[in-house]
Design a binder for this molecule. Sequence first.
Ligand SMILES: Cc1ncc(C[n+]2csc(CCOP(=O)(O)OP(=O)(O)O)c2C)c(N)n1
Ligand SMILES: [Mg+2]
Length: 661
Amino acid sequence: MNQMRVSTAHEAIMANAIRALTMDAVQAANSGHPGMPMGMADVAAVLFNRFMAVDPAAPKWPDRDRFVLSAGHGSMLIYAINHMLGYADMGMDQIRAFRQMGSRTAGHPEYGHADGIEVTTGPLGQGIATAVGMALAERMQNARFSGDLVDHFTYVIAGDGCLMEGISQEAADMAGHWGLGRLIVLWDDNKITIDGSTTLSTSTDQKARFAASGWQVLSIDGHNTVEIADAIEAAREDPRPSLIACRTIIGFGAPNKQGTAATHGAPLGEAEIAAARKALGWTSPPFEIPEEAATAWRAVAKRGHAARLAWEERLAASPRAGAFTGALAAPDAARLGDAIAEYKARLSAEAPRLATRKASEMALEVVNATLPNMIGGSADLTGSNPTRTKGMTPVSRDSYGGDYIHYGIREHGMAAAMNGIALHGGFVAYGGTFLVFTDYCRPAIRLSALMGMPVTYVMTHDSIGLGEDGPTHQPVEHLASLRAMPNLNLFRPCDAVETAEAWALAATSADTPSVLALSRQGLPTLRTAHSSENRVARGAYVLREADGARDVTLIATGSEVEIAMKAADLLAAGDIRAAVVSAPCFELFAAQDAGYRAAVLGTAPRVGVEAAVEQGWGKLLGDNSAFVGMHGFGASAPIAALYQHFGITAEAVAAAARNLI
Ligand SMILES: Cc1ncc(C[n+]2csc(CCOP(=O)(O)OP(=O)(O)O)c2C)c(N)n1
Ligand SMILES: [Mg+2]
């Protein structure tokens, strides 16, 4: 950016416009957080005035700079900015309706609610870690399409809270290790959190911490526009990611409350707002922006608009234009469906006995060979999760052209980074760890679901079936807790065929993330009759119908479907007619029409079987039912002893069925 072409004279009034809109919107809503936007207004004004390239007329322009408000409570900062930049969906009506039902100006910024909001933030620390994924995706896309088409920065505003959260260390470590020089974190170093001074709760030298992770660290007065601009310029030049400690005064401009936690999360009050207007020399009434400020902000949008048009010309002239646009489009579900159907035919014919984690690797061979933009990874369990397929090469600071990410032992960071990769666009991300550690990823999985990011979590070692590693590693409540999360598909396939079908759905999902719960232990192929139909897509289906009218329906998932099938054999020997329903995805089953669901479930008594807690099974089982599963934590022992000890056996299922009839 050529600074000489930018007018800097208006930055004080640009910043005060943020402050005024913030004070007035929070006051009108009688709720919200004025302190952070008022404290960081100068930094934001300089950042946008001199550096940001965004075009409100094309909010999704792929080479735009990304702005992440990690300190999401300061949402009025981004709403005020986007209003003044002229985003069509952020009129003053929206600012007036801050935090009201149906407005785009939600309490915390929500991806998809309004243009120019790159990521949902509010859970502190998520933004900075998500931004790492965005900045990595920028480099990966740059490696594939060159700097002509991909050449943007990711800017983050993070508060003391974001940096105190543990995930910030995972984020800092990843970004430093990957050398993400286009990631620039502006730390709102105001030394205040909700409870008061940061001295109440932290003594960490944050600058030393980031430096230790390989970052450039700069310190500035966050109210000095020259220092702000120089620091951002230096950050852009340095090959390392940069942390700019912006020493600020929270609530800057409110003469009696600034510098105190009182400005963090409550309206300032009419009297203090009047005093702030006076102190700032702001004479405009509430929700009015003086011409000078409006013009200055519009100039930023104009510059971004010109940059976007220039980029479009470069794209049009590029021999890679088709490939670039293709990579941003939805994955080709029809093509993958065909490839998976062909692969399934082979599986059904050969009927291998495989752990579903191994079956997942085999399915991924098909997925990755068919879809060109898959980015795999694992949190240091590559061999255990089998997530790396043939020909995949590691992504590193020397090789952004790779397609496999060694996330290290940073499950939470991995999950957030995958969100960032998905938000950036151009790639489809999956990453693995043990299912029990979904808890370590959970806040980021929740954001995948809330934002509608179709990332895939490859979660292996999905029950006591993992054996000797014991209860610390054996998920028991995880299936239930993941099923409780809205907009998340949990797949627990029973064999290699279902695993392939689950992958076909996960890899081409439009706006729902997927968790694949996969076994460590070997499982037989139960789908030996080939059908090109993706049966997992219906969530649950009759795997084996009873010989005549059903006496009982056995419903199972994953590794326990084999047990249910054996139980049906035992029951048949006693002249009891049992159907077996495989239910790999409760969420997709719930989305089927009532007629289909009723036909699958039948009217006979039901027995549910899953090596996990019963919670969440109620709807499938109904009243006249039994459940065979776990009632507490597992134990460390060989797998056969565990299933015996916890009573999850074909005999136990058959006995439960007989009890009901
Ligand atoms: C994970 C998480 N924990 C707690 C909160 C509640 N919370 C919102 S802001 C905040 C304090 C943030 O302090 P800081 O980042 O310094 O923001 P400032 O007060 O300076 O605006 C807390 C605890 C949250 N949003 N996310
Ligand atoms: Mg603070």
